[in-house]
Design a protein around this ligand. Structure first.
Ligand code: GAF
Length: 395
């Protein structure tokens, strides 16, 4: 795939590109906590997007989407949102560099990859981070990596209309091979935890139900959390976000919340606790205990945060019932996309088969299953080297 993208670039633009690789992400636990200044535990995975890019000496961006077979050209002296959905993720990033005071010269770009769209694996964050990294590299803007993450997030807010938190862009940029990373979404401090790929696999079951993050539900959840915070601030002026709230505080003022806001807030506070305790499980190597927290997380997302859907609930339930997964939950914004399952290597085939059969029987549809390998985040791909190969023996 990388070679095809490079060849397409050479043919279209008649010059040699720099090649950047950017990754999709999984999140083991800590869902809808990032915009509440809480904790998340994501990792970058081997569902990737490649960017072949070079300055073109004009004032325009000429871009070609390898996957959609579509091209677009935009004058960078006047960047504004476009009708072309995919181009907006690129333009949004350019706009952020300009807002930060950089002049972005014209460039040629071919990009494409294998992150399934709408599967909750953050293809949009991978596009944003990849381009942010690429522009920073080829034009030597010298922007710090964490600032690139923030710019990518802003691009999503302003050009895709989704008020996302910072998790996806952070994971895409800061992912580390065979590690998950706990991010404190308030301080942006982070810590890597080794993930044992010799004994366990992260299995993604794709409902193929397309979620639309831009659909009002995501932004509504944010508002409901803010409503909860405003109620508590009357009693606890030191509270800035649900990160500062305890279950006792919520219980004490339960009658001031409507039932919906109360459930939303309870979920977020519990989920933050699960991330913190889950990291201790990882440190102890207690994956059984960690898996139990994944099941509990799904319950909260299904019943209290209400961002799941029947297909996700079915898969999470089946995984639990089968006894073949240590943990399972929906992942990402919700309303579709994948479940993430923690599975022992020796149970992998049996688990995959059981889920495929069950899904087919219940929904009359094939269930795509991906085994996620944890890889490094966004970076330069030395063109001289062959595509990274993931050999089982080196996990
Ligand atoms: C989406 C958002 F983009 C993230 O910021 C995060 O809020 C996630 O949904 C839910 O945890 O992926």
């Amino acid at each position: 795939m990388v070679q095809d993208i490079i060849t397409t670039f050479q043919k279209r633009y008649n010059q040699e590109p720099t090649v950047i690789r950017s990754a999709g992400r999984v999140n083991l636990i800590g869902e809808h906590t990032d915009y509440n200044e809480g904790f998340v535990l994501p990792a970058a995975i081997d569902k990737e997007i490649y960017f072949a890019i070079a300055p073109n000496g004009t004032a325009s961006m000429r871009a070609y989407s390898f996957d959609l077979h579509e091209k677009a050209s935009f004058n960078l002296e006047q960047v504004e949102p476009s009708e072309m959905v995919w181009a907006n993720y690129l333009l949004g990033v350019v706009a952020q560099f300009q807002k930060a005071g950089h002049t972005v010269p014209g460039f040629d770009l071919v990009f494409g990859g294998n992150i399934p769209m709408g599967a909750g694996l953050s293809s949009s964050a991978a596009v944003e981070c990849g381009l942010a990294y690429a522009l920073n590299h080829i034009f030597q803007f010298k922007v710090e990596k964490m600032d690139l993450v923030k710019m990518a997030q802003k691009a999503e807010h302003e050009y895709a209309g989704v008020l996302c938190g910072i998790m996806d862009q952070f994971a895409s940029m800061f992912g580390k091979r065979n590690h998950v990373v706990r991010l404190d979404c308030r301080s942006l401090g982070y810590q890597y935890f080794p993930f044992d790929m010799r004994e366990y696999r992260l299995v993604l079951c794709d409902t193929r139900v397309k979620h639309s993050l831009a659909s009002s539900e995501y932004n509504t959840r944010r508002q409901e959390c803010e409503t909860g915070v405003a109620i508590l601030q009357k009693h606890y002026p030191q509270v800035n976000s649900l990160r500062d709230v305890t279950l006792e505080m919520l219980a004490q003022h339960q009658d001031e919340f409507g039932p919906v806001v109360y459930r939303r807030c309870t979920y977020v506070v519990q989920e933050n606790l699960r991330v913190e305790e889950g990291c201790l499980d990882l440190e102890r190597g207690d994956l059984e205990a960690f898996g139990q927290k994944m099941f509990a997380s799904h319950q909260g997302l299904q019943h209290d945060y209400e961002v799941s859907c029947p297909e996700l609930d079915f898969l999470a339930e089946k995984a639990k019932e089968s006894g073949l997964a240590l943990g399972a939950r929906m992942m990402g914004g919700g309303f579709g996309g994948c479940t993430i399952n923690l599975v022992r290597l020796e149970k992998l085939e049996e688990f995959t088969r059981a889920m495929e059969v069950a899904y087919q029987k219940r929904f009359g549809q094939e269930l795509p299953v991906y085994i996620a390998r944890i890889v490094d985040g966004t970076g330069l791909l030395p063109t001289a080297k062959p595509e990274p190969s993931y050999n089982d023996s080196e996990w």
